[in-house]
Design a protein around this ligand. Structure first.
Ligand SMILES: Cc1ncc(COP(=O)(O)O)c(C=O)c1O
Length: 391
């Protein structure tokens, strides 16, 4: 199933491979290995001369169904599913890069990605230059002859900075590098990076693709040449997605579009409400006209997404009061769930960075991040209003 069908149809049906039993819902194949008719077939399957399943470190029909569905949604020729979002990013780096290569990455990427690029890959001779997410000159100036990969995440977490994918793709391509976009916050429902010129998409399927906070998963998508290299790495190194998790995520994808649209609509309503609260100094949400990159966001995304950050007047004490006054919203750093979550980045996700570096990247002591879920937005507002009234 390809682009002759619309996204909502692909999300429900793409990739399904029905067994001889004629099951309507996708089957979950819990088996670590597959049997062959004879020795010659075993040899042909191992060598790749005959397509088919061999061993679940690198082939499983449930995982294949997920890969095909996700590839259809992103408009990608290939997809390799991985055990987590970080496993996807590690697999991409180890499959495509070698000692001496260089990465240019936006500074506002997920903390573990920063750690991977900044402290682990340098031990293997791969260095990264971090640049300001929204500054095109910064990307161009950071490019070196050895730059093989440019890596961005948009909108960023937690400040919702927007990266101009088409322009950064130009910079990367002019320098002979590939552009990878972590599309975890928008998903293919709101943003299609390959159509904007990116070469690779990364997903943490743990977030909106599952959408209900149940399992870890990840994926690398791109053209066949790229995903073949990632597949070869995965086959040998084994950061593989379990079939059970693949099955849960497949079912999650079926409701992705309606969840993303409803959660984004809730987020926009919440952002507007927060802007009208006197105790809130600033709201960061790409769907608001006050967002400095609102026009760019509305060009490359279908809506503002479901993550809203805001700065409470005062500092840590006032922000914590808002968090501690919630009765319904979950206090957790995870996001992409139907349940709304709240976190104080300066003391959690960004707590290990020095106060100076935190301040430089705009993570103030009063900043709170809300990942908006599917509850009635009025209930989310009531839950936050209780704490704001005490600021
Ligand atoms: C934008 C982004 N990318 C990647 C990851 C890593 O994904 P995982 O937790 O599935 O390894 C996360 C996790 O929070 C994330 O927010």
């Amino acid at each position: 199933m390809t682009n002759e069908f619309s996204l909502e149809t692909l999300a429900v049906r793409a990739g399904q491979d029905r067994s001889k039993f004629g099951e309507h819902s996708e089957a979950l194949y819990l088996t670590s290995s597959f049997v062959f008719d004879n020795a010659a077939q075993a040899a042909a399957r191992f060598s790749g001369a005959e397509p088919g399943n061999v061993y679940a470190r690198f082939t499983n029909p449930t995982v294949t169904m997920l890969q095909e569905r996700l590839a259809a949604l992103e408009g990608a020729a290939g997809c390799v599913a991985t055990a987590s979002g970080m496993a996807a990013i590690l697999s991409l780096a180890l499959a495509l890069l070698k000692s001496g290569d260089h990465i240019v990455a936006s500074r506002s990427i997920f903390g573990a990605t920063q750690q991977l690029f900044g402290t682990i890959l340098p031990r293997f001779g791969v260095d990264t230059t971090f640049v300001h997410a929204g500054d095109l000159d910064d990307y161009a100036n950071a490019m070196r002859p050895q730059t093989r990969l440019v890596f961005v995440e948009t909108p960023s977490n937690p400040l919702t900075e927007v990266v101009d994918i088409a322009s950064v793709a130009d910079v990367a391509h002019r320098g002979g590098a590939l552009l990878a976009v972590d599309n975890c916050f928008c998903t293919p429902v709101l943003q299609r990076p390959l159509e904007l010129g990116a070469d690779i998409i990364i997903h943490s399927a743990t977030k909106y693709l599952d959408g209900q906070g149940r399992v870890l998963g990840g994926a690398v998508l791109g053209n066949r040449e790229i995903t073949e290299e990632v597949f070869k790495f995965l086959r040998t190194a084994g950061p593989t997605l379990s079939p059970f998790n693949a099955w849960v995520i497949l079912k999650g994808l079926e409701t992705l579009k309606i969840r993303m649209e409803a959660q984004s609509a809730n987020a926009l309503a919440l952002a507007r409400w927060l802007e009208s609260q006197p105790q809130v100094a600033r709201v960061h949400y790409p769907g608001l006209a006050s967002h400095p990159q609102h026009a760019l966001a509305m060009r490359q995304q279908r809506s503002g997404g479901a993550i809203v950050s805001f700065e409470v007047r005062g500092g840590r004490e006032e922000a914590w009061r808002v968090v501690d006054s919630t009765r319904m919203i979950s206090i957790t750093a995870n996001l992409g769930d139907t349940k709304t979550t709240i976190t104080h980045p300066a003391s959690t996700t960004h707590g290990r960075i020095s106060p100076e570096a935190r301040a430089a990247s705009g993570i103030t002591e009063g900043l709170l991040r809300v990942a908006v879920g599917l509850e009635a937005v009025e209930d989310v507002e009531t839950d936050l209003a209780r704490g704001l009234a005490q600021v």
